[in-house]
Write a protein that binds this ligand. Structure first.
Ligand code: PEP
Ligand code: MG
Length: 880
């Protein structure tokens, strides 16, 4: 088997399409080298080795060693240096690279190959002793922490002490001799911590570093990240071994990271940071403040790369253009300049916020770089969620505390916490928290995920906090240098004000502002690039998108987001209003039909009013109204005291009310007296609701001159006969209303398919149905025999351990539930070819489930108002 692939120096065995085997980094290094970009030579050990290594108890395939030796010899020949040569040593970097980038999760070792002998070779070869000893100490530090497991703070402490002793502030001010002393202190530290001297053999160093990268695939941080991002464990990581180039060899050297467009807003500007005379991690570590790339974007006091290294900058601008034209997407680049010459160390599709994703895709399509269909496929529908949440109300009063960098847009308010664990703990209790850290590291991921927003006081736009927050869609303000954080006292302070843990702040990740307390927010709009993209989505999609809504507010939101009708109005939600719950309870308590009719009469005007406002808002769009579904006891309170109060209000004695509550209570209410079973046993309820719908429709017809076409939906049907009976109830109510008003309107009667039996008998049920709407919440519950209300106790375990692929209440289970949906759709249409089909379970807003709905031939999906744009885009992607 071929385990090792060469890249650079005219021997590129990989290409961008081989990321599964070579990981993203390795595949793109080979691709960049093959399109003529300056890539230092190296080789990639494949992801298959990782899988083999971890499953064989950390054993390599037998022929790996020989392949690595051969590849290393090629690199030596290409650069004219020899690994381990005391006079002119080849140094290499060893980096991980999985299929998808996992920021901060996996580890990097630079300057590998240095030891007490070769460091002297580096001194004479480079003519720069300071550089050589600095490189050696970096190597010991990285190797020591990544491979040998020595806490990296211990190394930092030694440097801090060295700087204090030397009376300097910047690392770069330490002399060769001082770095040499740091190296000695590091070696002593390693020996005390590990019980062994720092390894001197370059071959030994290389193999231990490779092993550490492969082993780190199984570390907790990596496992957590994979869980959060749905990355299978068997993908593995590749290892890239590459000849070193040095950004820390003097003032004509630098290292930097950049995005070909602004990853926060998507604006078409070159966006990045660099540091002169620095290496790798310095830029993201936030120890020195990185400088901007372009002179135009530099602020007073900053020295841009354009000014400091004009030749290399001009070269980098060309690379930016080449990469975007080649990859046809925004790239995230790492580069190093050694003695004024530019080298590319990495490129990948850049992580971006949802609004940046929209803008980049729209602008690339408008400039002809990609097609509209490609643009539509570029944006993750689920990420739109970020844009659909409140923003700061520009008119709201606020008290500015400080300012940082606008690292990830969106506004968030919450109470201040200073540790990731506390963020997670408080969020689990339902509290909104803002995680405040000096800087974040991969150990904080769980807390960042749990927080509403993140504030850091150190680090730039490419710091760990910024990159991870953007990926997660969390608002983030980074590098707020004016804020002092005191973990010990649990306070943050700026400009003479301080905020304690547990007190609220608000951050605006779009402007970088930090405010004291809560600031009022406003609803977002679908406009600009978002609006353009939605327009393109609407042009290509064939699935209609409706919304589940019952209040006027929900209906208005849904319409604003582009809903093409209401797919589910759950009428029971209208019963809880304080004005009417009394009548509802009176209806429930009534001992006979006459009593119930009296109570139901009181509800009629309320219901009619509800439907009038829905029809008015939806202005001619279809509105599906579902008749009462839940078991009646849901409308009764549970405590004796509340029951006694109701007895008082209704004028019945407590014993009666207690007895009735007892009669109504059910051991298994979700399978009990609910849905059409209620409508059949208490027909006056459905009659009243149907009458209210028809009277409302006629009122709107009179008001506007255009009659709405109500779609009346019967829940929980399991036999054809149930639908026949309830349909007749509705038809009779229609006839009665039409007779009174002397006019008729069009309407439809349909049913939910939410019980397995309904799906099995769909051909027969279709005879009395004008439409089906799949209630995949109940259908999932009944197909799995899994309680919607109680499954939370074990479902996460099931998903974690892979017994269920996904939470079946979130993503439709194609294998089981989907089979029934498909069967019911086919059977229904066999009886009635044009039968309208929709879905109104939660799955209607889930992109993967929407793709299924497209395949199953449904006409529309219906989802909660805030997911309507998500569904519009997902439906477009399903159609492409
Ligand atoms: C369903 O069961 O999928 C449905 C939409 O109805 P409800 O969630 O109200 O039971
Ligand atoms: Mg249901």
């Amino acid at each position: 088997t071929k385990w090792v692939y060469n890249f650079g120096a005219e021997a590129n065995e990989g290409r961008a399409g081989m990321r599964n085997l070579l990981g993203g980094k390795g595949a793109n290094l080979a691709e960049m080298a093959s399109i003529g970009l300056p890539v230092p030579p190296g080789f990639t050990i494949t992801t298959e080795v990782c899988t083999a290594f971890n499953s064989a108890g950390r054993q390599y395939p037998t022929d790996l060693q020989a392949q690595v030796a051969e590849a290393l010899a090629r690199v030596e020949a290409a650069v004219g240096l020899t690994f381990g040569d005391p006079a002119k040593p080849l140094l290499v970097s060893v980096r991980s690279g999985a299929r998808v980038s996992m920021p901060g999760m996996m580890d990097t070792v630079l300057n590998l190959g240095l030891n007490d002998e070769t460091v002297r070779g580096l001194v004479s070869a480079s003519g720069d002793a300071r550089f050589a000893w600095d490189s050696y100490r970096r190597f010991i530090q990285m190797f020591g922490s990544v491979v040998l497991g020595v806490d990296h703070h211990r190394f930092e402490e030694i440097i801090e002490q060295a700087k204090i002793d030397a009376g300097v502030i910047e690392d770069t001010a330490l002399t060769a001799l001082q770095w040499q002393e740091v190296v000695e202190a590091y070696q002593t530290l390693v020996e005390t911590e590990t019980g062994k001297p720092f390894p001197q053999s370059p071959q030994d160093q290389l193999w231990r570093a490779i092993g550490a990268v492969f082993g780190s695939w199984m570390n907790t941080r990596a496992i957590t990240y994979r869980r959060l991002h749905d990355i299978p464990a068997d993908w593995g990581t590749a290892v890239n071994v590459q000849a070193m180039v040095f950004g820390n060899m003097g003032a004509d050297c630098a290292t930097g990271v950049c995005f070909t467009r602004d990853p926060s807003t998507g604006e078409d500007v070159f966006y990045g940071e660099f540091l002169v005379n620095a290496q790798g991690e310095d830029v993201v570590a936030g120890i020195r403040t990185p400088q901007p790339l372009s002179a135009a974007r530099s602020k007073p006091g900053e020295v841009s790369m354009e000014q400091a290294l004009p030749e290399a900058y001009a070269e980098l601008l060309k690379v930016r253009e080449t990469l975007e034209q080649h990859y046809k997407d925004m790239q995230d680049i790492e580069f190093t300049v050694q003695s004024n010459k530019l080298y590319m160390l990495q490129t990948r599709n850049g992580k971006r916020t949802a609004s940046a994703a929209l803008r980049i895709a729209v602008e690339m399509a408008e400039s002809g770089l990609i097609t509209r269909d490609e643009a539509l496929m570029r944006v993750n529908p689920a990420a739109l969620d970020q844009l659909l949440h409140p923003m700061l109300n520009p008119d709201a009063p606020r008290t500015l505390l400080s300012r940082g960098l606008p690292a990830s847009p969106g506004a968030a308010s919450g109470i201040v916490v200073f540790s990731a664990d506390e963020a997670e703990m408080r969020a689990q209790k339902g509290e909104a928290v803002i995680l405040v850290r000096v800087e974040t590291s991969p150990e904080d991921i769980h807390g960042m995920h749990a927080a509403r927003g993140i504030l850091t006081t150190r680090g730039g736009m490419t710091s760990h906090a910024a990159v991870v927050a953007r990926g997660m869609g969390r608002p983030c303000v980074s590098g707020a240098g004016g804020v002092a954080v005191d973990y010990g006292k649990q306070t943050l302070s700026a400009g003479g004000r301080s905020v304690r843990a547990g007190e609220a702040i608000t951050i605006d990740g779009a402007t970088g502002e930090v405010f004291i307390g809560y600031v009022a927010m406003i609803e977002p709009k679908v406009s600009g690039h978002f609006g353009t993209m939605m327009g393109w989505a609407d042009d290509v999609r064939t699935l209609k998108v409706r919304s589940n809504a019952e209040t006027p507010l929900d209906a208005e939101t849904a319409k604003r987001f582009g809903a093409e009708g209401i797919g589910l109005c759950r009428t029971e939600h209208m019963f809880f209003d304080p004005e009417r719950i009394g009548a509802v309870r009176q209806m429930i308590m009534a001992g006979d039909e006459d009593g119930r009719r009296l109570a139901v009469e009181k509800l009629l005007p309320f219901q009619r009013g509800d439907f009038i406002s829905l029809f008015r808002i939806m202005a001619g769009l279809p509105v599906t109204i579902r008749l009462l579904d839940p078991p009646l006891h849901e409308f009764l309170p549970h405590g004796d005291q509340e029951l006694a109060e109701i007895a008082g209000v209704l004028g019945v004695d407590f014993a009666t009310i207690q007895r009735r509550a007892g009669e109504l209570s059910e051991a298994n209410p979700m399978l009990g007296h609910r849905g059409c079973r209620l409508g059949i046993t208490y027909p006056e309820i459905y009659e009243m609701q149907a009458r209210a719908i028809f009277e409302a429709a006629i009122a709107i017809a009179v008001e506007t001159g255009a009659a709405p076409v109500p779609e009346i939906m019967i829940p929980l049907v399991g036999t054809p006969r149930e639908l026949e009976i309830t349909r007749k109830l509705v038809d009779d109510a229609a006839a009665a209303v039409f007779a009174v008003h002397g006019r008729t309107i069009e309407y439809q009667v349909g049913t939910m398919i939410e019980l397995p039996r309904a799906a099995l008998l769909a051909d027969k049920i279709a005879k009395s149905a004008d439409f089906f709407s799949f209630g995949t919440n109940d259908l999932t519950q009944t197909v799995y025999g899994l309680s919607r209300d109680d499954a939370g106790k074990f479902l996460p375990k099931y998903v974690e351990s892979g017994i269920y692929d996904k939470d079946p209440f979130v993503t439709l289970d194609r294998d089981g539930v989907g089979l029934l949906v498909q069967m019911a759709a086919d059977k229904g249409r066999a009886t009635k070819p044009g039968l309208k089909l929709g879905i109104c379970g939660e799955h209607g807003g889930d992109p993967a489930s929407i793709a299924f709905c497209q395949e199953a031939g449904l006409d529309y999906v219906s989802c909660s108002p805030y997911r309507v744009p998500v569904a519009r885009l997902a439906a477009a992607q399903a159609a492409i």
